[in-house]
Design a protein around this ligand. Structure first.
Ligand code: GDP
Length: 139
């Protein structure tokens, strides 16, 4: 069993896609074990995406991520990290496979509906950024 951190980003929440994103994970055997809605401050968004702080899009990305509420969740399942990313699709929706969340709903490379941790190390950091042990209800 593996855990990963996923986010329905402000564009996904704004488009009423919370249920659609959850459905796509759950129908693939990925379980939600913690979940919360949160409106990140700019500082909190910067802390979450600190690995990208030198990238040219960091200011724009953290403005977007703090522009409205997100749904943050811990997901659990066999190979959850890679499977969640496969369900999400490529960062750029133009390069995403058909049937992925980003191909179906993302409006661009930045406003791409959903986040999923990309490695065990980032999953550990990202889960701990939002949730403590008592809030995670392992199956
Ligand atoms: P992810 O793991 O697929 O989410 O992609 P990355 O870790 O590379 O980037 C994190 C987030 O930054 C992406 O999901 C996008 O929201 C945003 N992003 C990535 N690349 C770009 C870019 O070239 N331009 C802009 N404006 N945003 C980007």
């Amino acid at each position: 069993m593996e855990r990963t951190l996923s986010i329905v980003k402000p564009d996904g929440v704004g488009a009423n896609l919370i249920g659609e994103v959850l459905r796509r994970f759950e129908e693939n055997g990925i379980s939600v074990v913690a979940l919360r809605m949160i409106h990140l401050s700019k500082k909190q968004a910067e802390g979450f995406y600190h690995v990208h702080r030198e990238r040219p899009f960091f200011g724009s990305l953290t403005d977007f991520m703090s522009s409205g509420p997100c749904v943050v969740m811990v997901l659990e399942g066999e190979e959850a990290i890679s499977r969640v990313r496969a369900i999400m699709g490529a960062t750029n929706p133009e390069e995403a496979d058909p049937g992925t969340i980003r191909k179906d709903f993302a409006s661009g490379i930045e406003k791409n509906i959903v986040h999923g941790s990309d490695s065990p190390e980032s999953a550990a950091y990202e889960i701990g950024y939002f949730f403590n042990q008592l809030e995670i209800n392992s199956r």
